[in-house]
Write a protein that binds this ligand. Structure first.
Ligand SMILES: [Zn+2]
Length: 271
């Protein structure tokens, strides 16, 4: 059994749900993000949030996978603050839907001033509504700078407990600082960029397994929805204990996500 805590199923086929279920996936969380295209109006996000809270849970349930989501406007589409605030205003009405775990994946893309303003607006919403937070960190060469800017913004904001915030897409040069500052950290396993399953196994060996998880981010680009079981195989091949493998791919996500009070590892029958 495993949990994939960050995967963009709107971009994947139903066959992917089936393959994930066969590989042992019992639950996923799907943060709101760029959908592979820019939306032309804030209403496009209303439709997107409806898909994330209604269509995808039903699609996942057909394969026995419990689907959860996080809502926000992603930093890639947040460069226009007026547009972004209209989207943020849509979110409160969705927060009470049963599969919504919190605000995410928020963060920075190009580390711009407007992105930072919208990041802070999301933190405000999270604090006001007592929501947990999932954070995206930039993939550019300034990942380290962007990761620090985000952690500083959260620390300066001062109303969010680091233990209820996960900083995702960490790599070798950012993982230590994220963990040392009390946050949870996620490693995103991509076939070529970010962390490969081998690099993730190296990072566990160097930094331990506390407050650290793995995810596939399976999305619209080259990515692999089976990356988590592939990393489990890599760890097995290296002789890691089954308990360690289970910890990073099941127990850790369960522990973090259970703080929401809404996370499930079983599909609730609708009848
Ligand atoms: Zn993502």
């Amino acid at each position: 059994m495993y949990i994939d805590p960050h995967v963009h199923m709107v971009s994947r086929t139903t066959d992917d749900y089936e393959r994930m279920a066969l590989a042992g996936c019992v639950a996923i969380t799907e943060p709101a993000f760029w959908a592979g295209y820019d939306r032309s109006s804030p209403k496009g996000f209303f439709d997107y949030f409806s898909i994330l809270t209604d269509t995808e849970p039903k699609r996942a349930a057909q394969y026995g996978i419990a689907h959860h989501t996080w809502l926000c406007i992603n930093p890639k589409e947040a460069e226009d603050p007026v547009f972004a605030r209209e989207v943020i205003d849509l979110i409160p009405d969705f927060l009470d839907r049963p599969n919504v775990l919190g605000i995410g994946e928020i963060g920075l893309n190009k580390n711009s001033r407007n992105e930072l303003e919208i990041l802070e607006a999301h933190l405000q919403l999270a604090a006001d509504r007592d929501q947990m937070v999932l954070v995206h960190t930039p993939h550019l060469e300034d990942k380290r700078k962007g990761t620090r800017l985000i952690m500083d913004a959260i620390a300066n904001f001062g109303r969010l407990d680091a233990g209820r915030v996960l900083i995702d897409h960490v790599e070798e040069h950012t993982v230590r600082e994220v963990l040392d500052r009390g946050f949870w950290a996620g490693m995103t396993l991509y076939p070529d960029t970010k962390c490969t399953p081998q690099r993730a196994a190296d990072i566990f060996e160097m930094h331990g397994t506390e407050r650290l998880w793995i995810n596939s981010a399976g999305d619209w680009g080259p990515s692999d929805p089976l990356a988590v079981p592939k990393c489990r195989e890599e760890m097995r091949r290296r002789g890691h204990l089954e308990a360690t493998i289970r910890k990073v791919s099941f127990d850790n996500p369960l522990k973090f996500l259970s703080q929401t009070g809404r996370f499930k590892t079983e599909v609730t029958p609708t009848r």
